[in-house]
Design a protein around this ligand. Sequence first.
Ligand SMILES: *Cc1c(COP(=O)(O)O)cnc(C)c1O
Length: 450
Amino acid sequence: MATPGSTAQRPPRTDAVLAAPELAEPQRRLGRALVKETVGRVQQRVRSGEVAPDDVVREVVATLPASAASLRPVLNATGVLLHTNLGRAPLSAAAVEALSAAAGTTDVELDLATGARGRRGRDALAALAAAVPDAGGVLAVNNGAAALLLAATALAAGREVVVSRGEMVEIGDGFRLPDLVASTGARLREVGTTNRTAPRDYADALGPETGMVLKVHPSNFVVTGFTAGVEVAGLSRVVDEAAGRLGRRVPVVVDTGSGLLAPHPLLPDEPDAASALRSGADLVTSSGDKLLGGPQAGLLLGRADLVEQLRRHPMARALRVDKLTLAALEATLRGPAPPVRAALEARVEDLRARAQAMASALAAAGVDAAAVPSGAAVGGGGAPGLLLPSAAVSLPAAAAAALRAGSPAVVARVEAGRCLLDLRSLAPEDDEALRRAVLGALAAGADGRA
Ligand SMILES: *Cc1c(COP(=O)(O)O)cnc(C)c1O
């Protein structure tokens, strides 16, 4: 046994420890370097007297990392369904399975029937096209920003992008869409004001220099009061009316952000790709890992000739997605509804029952826990200002830090001096893991006992 406080001792040699039979399998699974690092740390603890020399192998086994990658699983009890810091949408089991199947060598760009080169990601793109029949062409790139980057580069580099001043948005972490567009060499032609933009403003800005008209969904804020904007149908009319004098129809590009492909009854103000295209958008861009519930990706949907123009642009190669993304995207589109959908559509009565059951179980174990009403949000990925009725388990505030340090880590919300575990952002399958994580974290010394 380790003898805390004992005097410093000389640790066993590294090769001797690494040769222990108990460390053969970990070295195969994690690699020699990672195991050696752990050995080094344990040897240090022998020198400082914390671990007895005879306990080194046992201590190494106990403190080895669980996997070769250090990203740790987190239970999202924040009540924010799409948390960018937590990796946004959790993938469905079907998507995870698809990822894993595609991880080895796979037919991502090969036609197995003929043995000839195939179109990269054809099945994922076919699934996307099937999900949005209004799109003449579809393309997937690295993320939503990449989709916009490619559109602005291919359609407007060296020319103007006409955009409303009310849509010059910052997404998060200092990332500003106008800066992204400007980085392509396109010039922003701002029209209207922060709160009001009219069709006339767009019409006056259209000229020989216009590369595209951009409409951006303000996905993380709302402007209320004396406001006016121009919907996609209105923009489409403006570019149609200008087509005579310009000799071409300027493309209308709509950045919907969230990745809703069709309208959703619970999100009446959230734009979707099908409606935007039907209203006259020439191209729609969005993310794959927001409300679509899939992997990080940027989706481009719209007029076949424009999508083809983007696909053939040299920059498309630099923004292309890998086989893992294509696999997960296809499974998200074709497979069962992803967790984000289930979370969005969960009935509040069911959330209340889960919170009640969890609070009772925790209270029975001596934890100061109670079920309380809560309000959840879609998150930075969409539906700003929308509060989804939810239910939470309320714990002492001190539990939050202990829960973050646990395994699996739990991220909660601290509100009015309490630590709230909101259950809308957590899959019901994870309730048991959450309950155990709370008991583990509070037993480990946090101040949560009643
Ligand atoms: C999220 C978002 C983006 C950026 O998408 P990423 O996938 O994060 O690159 C762009 N525009 C809007 C409106 C968004 O909401």
